[in-house]
Ligand binder design. Sequence first.
Ligand code: ZN
Ligand code: ZN
Length: 153
Amino acid sequence: MLDKAQTVLSQIEARGERLTIQRRVVIEVLCTSDSHLTIPSIQRQIEANFPKVGSLSEATIYRILEWLKKLGLVSQTDLGEAGITYSLLDHPRHHHLICLNCGMVFELDDTYFADLRQKLLADYGFLARIDHMAVYGQCKGCASDHEGASDPV
Ligand SMILES: [Zn+2]
Ligand SMILES: [Zn+2]
């Protein structure tokens, strides 16, 4: 087992959470793969890498991901065309800008949200979990393409 997966599993155990085999394999897939995994891709990787566990339904995987989200270990982000993706929150925190026109996805540094987090805490006493945001809009290239032109819909 990878060190990363072992670390995450011990963190969860230390919190007194129950670790079923289904929960373990989902965590292992999240630790071994790239971030931004959709539920069907997690499902395929479990089938390919853990044949003994067998197939997990999308609903089961969804429930496990919801549990990991609640524990603050996983983020859920809608990346538009790429679908709803899940990532382990161990890498440097980042966010995305997504162009609704061309589908381009840019990575955004977390510093853009640092002030917002502090302000929400100061004004509302609200501890915002801005883990992995997707901000939709229009990229520079698309915005300039459309300048002066009428938008065909
Ligand atoms: Zn991301
Ligand atoms: Zn664009």
